[in-house]
Structures are given as structure tokens and as C-alpha cells.
Design a protein around this ligand. Structure first.
Ligand SMILES: NC(=O)c1ccc[n+]([C@@H]2O[C@H](COP(=O)([O-])OP(=O)(O)OC[C@H]3O[C@@H](n4cnc5c(N)ncnc54)[C@H](OP(=O)(O)O)[C@@H]3O)[C@@H](O)[C@H]2O)c1
Length: 317
């Protein structure tokens, strides 16, 4: 990968920074299109001088806006994704239309390899629009670039995650943690392993054209994950399952917030387990041993611990 030019859409996000680090370490020139280059400056020190290039991108999902970002691109990674819509049509635009246009440009501009990060649960028949549009994006891209590699992670954990950090923060404020889908099963995967998977998918010949499901070493219910987190924090909180009707009623109002804690589409997503199916290859086939969350999560929950600086290492749920 030494000297290769990689364009990494979504490189400024949670998973992105770990991917940037991996690719820079392999000697690639990493270009990160971003709507806010000033917010992505933290990526610069992850490589040598000039190795990480921030490209201003309007965020517009059109061939015209995307084409200039492809100049000289040899390898392409797409990490752009959203958890909720700010405006109707956002899921369709970001999850389905963007991958299609990336496919069009990758094909016409002679991009050698493409890696697309989707999500476990992507399914045209899912009750959640998030997952239906993720499935459409995969399909659209692969129609145009059959050799593209698709990675579908379960919930991803790591220092800046939106899962443990969010609930740990909430546990500081409220005596009760209300949840929906407490029995839904997840297979959390470490962000460093996902980043290694992206790097492997770009470099391994045998990975081309395949779909990988990325899950960690163990399966937990949503409720078990929260109870584990509370144990690490040394904090007692009631974990209460909300009736679906009430959750949907509350979500309807949350959806007006700029960063809603819950949406009706997420409630629909929680109806299905989020674990690897076994029908596709995974981390092992990419040569990666999955990292247990018990070895990582206590290290970054320190700021939320009841006794600061002393999160407890516990054996898991
Ligand atoms: N995190 C997880 O637990 C998880 C689990 C399964 C699948 N995934 C998938 O993995 C990928 C990366 O996830 P992540 O957690 O790293 O996401 P993230 O932190 O939210 O970052 C996504 C990036 O996408 C860009 N982006 C967001 N909205 C955009 C828009 N409307 N137009 C253009 N660019 C936009 C942002 O870049 P700028 O703001 O710099 O423009 C942002 O840095 C996503 O596709 C996600 O669906 C994540």
C-alpha cells in the first residue's frame, strides 16, 4: 500500500480515525473528504507531514460534487453513515445514493479497489429504514463494482463510541436507565478490529468481491451490556424496559431534537438481533482475532466512573 492514494469518505468519524491510522502506518497517502476540515485536524498527526490530506467536500450527494475528489484515487473506502434522518430522504441519499455514485465514479475513474462499510442487519426486508437503505447501498455499489468488499459490523465499541459513552454519561445524570429492546442480542466488535478489517479488505486479493460480517468474540443482550457497563462504573442504577408504545410516543418527540437519543426507526431496528449469521466470512477470514470488550471498555469509561480514575475490571455479563 506504500505510496497508494486512498480516498476515505467518512474518515473524520469514530471508525475513520482508526482506519486513517492503519492506512498511514502502511505508507498510504490518505485523503479524507470532509464537510468540516477544521474539525478533522486531529487526523493530521496520525501520519507523516503531507500524508493525511483533508479535502473540503460540500456533503452534496451528486456526481458533480464528488467527481473532483476522485482525482488520482487508487483505493476507495466509504464509511459515511447516519443513525437518524435530519430531513426525510437522508437515509436514502446517504446510505443508498452515495454508494451508487461512488460506484459510478470508482468505475469510470479506474479505482483499483473499493471497501464499503455497511452494517449488520442490512436487509431489504428489515422493519427499519436504516437497514433497508444500507442494503440498497450495498446492492447499488456491487452492481457497478462487483469486486467491492462489503463489511457489516455489529455495534462498534472503542474510546469515542456512541454506545457505552452515551449510556455512561446518562448514568451520571439519572437514577434509572430506560431501555428498549433489552433482549435484543448484539455482538460488539472493537473499533481497532474494524479498522484492521478495512486495511485487510483493501490489501488481500482473496477478499475482493466478498461480504464480511464483523462481530466480536461474545454475544450479549442489550440489557447485559448496560449491566456490565454499570458494574465497570461501580454504579447502581435501575435498568427499566420501556413498553414499545410508550417508547414510540417518546421517540416521536425526541425526533425534533438535533441529536435524538432514540427514534422510531431505531426502535424498529432493535426488533432484530444484531449478531453474525454465520453465512458469510468474518474477522477470522481476514486474519484478525477479535478483541474482547472486557479488555478495552474499562480503559475509556474512566471519566464516568463513580470513583474517578478507578473503573473496575469485571469479567463481563
Ligand atoms: N459505530 C457503529 O457502532 C457502527 C456499527 C455498524 C455500522 N457502522 C457504519 O460504519 C460507518 C462509520 O461509522 P462511524 O460510527 O464511524 O460514523 P460517524 O462517526 O458518524 O462518522 C461518519 C462520517 O460520515 C460523514 N457524514 C455524516 N453525515 C454526512 C452527510 N450527511 N453527508 C456527508 N458526510 C456525512 C461525517 O464526516 P464529516 O462530518 O467530516 O463530513 C462523519 O465523519 C457508517 O457507515 C456506519 O453506518 C457503524
Amino acid at each position: 500500500m506504500r505510496g497508494a492514494v486512498v480516498t476515505l469518505f467518512g474518515g473524520s468519524g469514530f471508525i475513520g480515525r482508526h482506519v486513517v491510522k492503519r492506512l498511514a502506518a502502511r505508507g498510504a497517502v490518505v485523503r479524507v473528504p470532509t464537510r468540516r476540515p477544521d474539525h478533522a485536524l486531529h487526523l493530521k498527526p496520525l501520519g507523516d507531514v503531507g500524508q493525511i490530506v483533508l479535502q473540503e467536500y460540500s456533503g452534496e450527494v451528486s456526481e458533480q460534487a464528488l467527481a473532483p475528489l476522485f482525482e488520482g484515487t487508487q483505493l476507495l473506502v466509504n464509511l459515511v453513515g447516519i443513525l437518524f434522518e435530519r430531513r426525510p430522504g437522508d437515509f436514502q441519499r446517504i446510505h443508498a445514493e452515495l454508494p451508487r455514485l461512488l460506484g459510478v465514479l470508482a468505475r469510470t475513474r479506474g479505482v483499483e479497489r473499493v471497501v464499503h462499510v455497511s452494517a449488520l442487519g442490512a436487509d431489504p426486508a428489515s422493519p427499519a429504514l436504516y437497514a433497508r437503505t444500507k442494503a440498497e447501498g450495498e446492492a447499488r455499489l456491487r452492481e457497478l463494482v462487483p469486486q467491492a468488499v462489503v463489511l457489516r459490523p455489529s455495534v462498534v465499541f472503542g474510546p469515542e463510541d456512541q454506545f457505552f459513552n452515551r449510556f455512561a454519561f446518562m448514568s451520571q445524570l439519572a437514577p434509572v436507565l430506560p431501555i428498549v429492546g433489552g433482549k435484543t442480542r448484539f455482538q460488539p466488535v472493537y473499533v481497532g478490529d474494524v479498522a484492521d478489517a478495512v486495511a485487510a479488505a483493501l490489501s488481500q486479493e482473496e477478499a475482493q468481491g466478498r461480504l464480511f460480517e464483523l462481530g466480536g468474540p461474545r454475544i450479549y443482550t442489550f440489557e447485559q451490556l448496560l449491566r456490565y457497563m454499570l458494574e465497570v462504573l461501580g454504579r447502581r442504577r435501575l435498568v427499566v424496559e420501556l413498553p414499545e408504545g410508550l417508547a414510540r410516543f417518546m421517540a416521536r418527540f425526541f425526533e425534533w431534537l438535533p441529536n435524538p437519543p432514540l427514534t422510531r426507526d431505531q426502535i424498529a431496528l432493535l426488533k432484530r438481533d444484531n449478531v453474525v449469521s454465520g453465512d458469510h466470512p468474518g474477522l477470522a477470514e481476514l486474519g484478525i482475532a477479535p478483541t474482547p470488550l472486557e479488555t478495552v471498555v474499562p480503559t475509556y469509561l474512566v471519566p464516568y466512573a463513580r470513583q474517578r480514575g478507578r473503573p473496575r475490571t469485571v469479567d463481563g455479563a
